[in-house]
Design a protein around this ligand. Structure first.
Ligand SMILES: Cc1cc2nc3c(=O)[nH]c(=O)nc-3n(C[C@H](O)[C@H](O)[C@H](O)COP(=O)(O)O)c2cc1C
Length: 243
């Protein structure tokens, strides 16, 4: 197996940027509105089986697909599952691996970090939510050369790129008035075989999407977000009044 890189053959062709400028006031208003929307986001673990229009999920994946990525390699695949028996199989397999995790592999430190969330090996959200979106990262690309031989293509910053794409996906789902969970069964490599993905794809996260169950609860601890002055450091030569 060799390392190929087709993009090395692609020339740089600059084209004019398409950009629609909006007023400063509108910019500010949009940023405030978006912040308010995103402040309503909560990870939920109790889903209603109520159906959700497929286009909302497809639009969220398309939004994720607009994400920046290292060398524009777009190292991701989003597998959207609404088939009940596939969701049931994923739940069964995830509960098996997570039972082992919670009973044997978890460290005391990790158990302590998870305690306020109240999570355990039971994962009803994996079969209750109308959609499961399994995101795969491509740590490397696989292509075939002119001789039909498999060529491995190096990917740059794949993990960071997929993380950004997933963030956009979650923002789109939240903006559409739906809920989701970022779920990382440990280990989750079983998803590659179960969903018949190629060997250059690594399961990254499972995202159930839907409406909350009527009796859904969330852990109080998780709504406590760090205040802005703890996460934002502004290096500026201007006074605050001039900004
Ligand atoms: C990378 C990542 C992995 C996560 N894995 C799990 C998981 O396996 N199971 C789970 O119940 N929640 C998981 N979460 C959700 C977090 O527990 C949750 O985001 C956090 O408690 C904050 O709550 P909030 O999302 O409601 O703000 C994960 C979140 C992230 C970002």
């Amino acid at each position: 197996m060799t390392t190929g890189d087709d993009s090395a053959q692609t020339p740089h062709i600059p084209v004019p940027l398409e950009f629609q400028r909006i007023s400063a006031d509108e910019s500010l208003q949009r940023s405030r509105d978006f912040l308010e929307t995103m402040r309503t986001r909560r990870s939920i673990r109790h889903f209603s089986p109520e159906p959700v229009q497929y286009e909302i999920i497809a639009n969220a994946v398309a939004t994720a697909g607009t994400a920046p990525s290292g060398a524009n390699q777009q190292p991701w695949t989003f597998v959207v599952i609404s088939d009940q028996s596939t969701k049931d199989q994923i739940r069964q397999a995830a509960e098996n691996t997570e039972r082992d995790f919670y009973e044997r592999r978890i460290s005391e430190e990790w158990r302590g970090a998870l305690r306020p969330l109240g999570t355990d090996h039971q994962k009803p959200h994996l079969s209750d939510a109308p959609y499961l979106v399994v995101v795969f990262e491509h740590p490397f690309g696989l292509e075939f050369d002119e001789k039909g031989e498999e060529v491995k293509r190096k990917h740059y910053y794949a993990q960071e790129s997929v993380g950004i794409a997933v963030g956009l996906f979650i923002a789109s789902i939240t903006n559409a008035g739906l809920c989701c969970l970022t779920h990382t069964p440990s280990p989750m490599i079983f998803l590659r075989d179960l969903l018949e993905r190629p060997r250059n794809e690594r399961p990254f996260v499972v995202i159930p999407v839907g409406y909350p169950a009527d009796d859904a609860t969330v852990p109080a601890h998780a709504s406590e977000k760090k205040p802005l002055d703890e996460i934002l450091i502004h290096v500026s030569s201007l006074n605050e009044s001039e900004q």
